[in-house]
Design a protein around this ligand. Structure first.
Ligand code: FES
Ligand code: FES
Length: 156
């Protein structure tokens, strides 16, 4: 079936199978491999992207249902070569080890901060509860997101 959607502010038109998953379409058809496919069952959050501004696990979204939607992936966060504050926070705090969880974690954190610009640590932890990281122990991730909230508050 033919679909048209917006990915990182560019219109994309493609033909997809009825059972094609958004994560596969983004990675294989659109060529944006930043979003990761971990579990493919909605459990790890590695595939998180924004759809019409809300976070979704793209391994649970049929590509066909993305018709007409606006998708933002990790590749679309930086603006004019400037990292998004959440990305910068991850860099500053060394919140990345193997990196497999990182794109999904950053997309979810971006959504958390869009919803609550001044989150408590508990709100950050709750917001990221669906995103699993097997490497970092989460402390640096929480610090990175907290730092991003401060950067955004300062107009970054
Ligand atoms: S790959 Fe989608 S939640 Fe794990
Ligand atoms: S950095 Fe390895 S899974 Fe999070």
């Amino acid at each position: 079936m033919d679909i048209a959607l917006w990915v990182n502010e560019e219109e994309v038109k493609l033909s997809v199978a009825p059972d094609a998953l958004l994560i596969d379409t983004l990675r294989e058809a659109v060529g944006l491999t930043g979003s990761k496919k971990g579990c493919a069952t909605g459990d790890c959050g590695a595939c998180t992207v924004l759809m019409d501004g809300l976070p979704v696990t793209s391994c649970l979204v049929l590509s066909a249902t993305a018709q007409g939607k606006e998708i933002v992936t990790i590749e679309g966060l930086a603006v004019d070569g400037h990292l998004h504050p959440v990305q910068q926070g991850f860099v500053d705090f060394g919140a990345v080890q193997c990196g497999y969880c990182t794109p999904g974690m950053i997309m979810m954190a971006t959504a958390v901060l869009a919803e609550e610009p001044h989150p408590t640590e508990a709100q950050i932890r709750t917001g990221l509860a669906g995103n699993l990281c097997r490497c970092t122990g989460y402390s640096k991730i929480i610090a990175a997101v907290n730092s991003a909230a401060l950067m955004i508050g300062e107009g970054a």
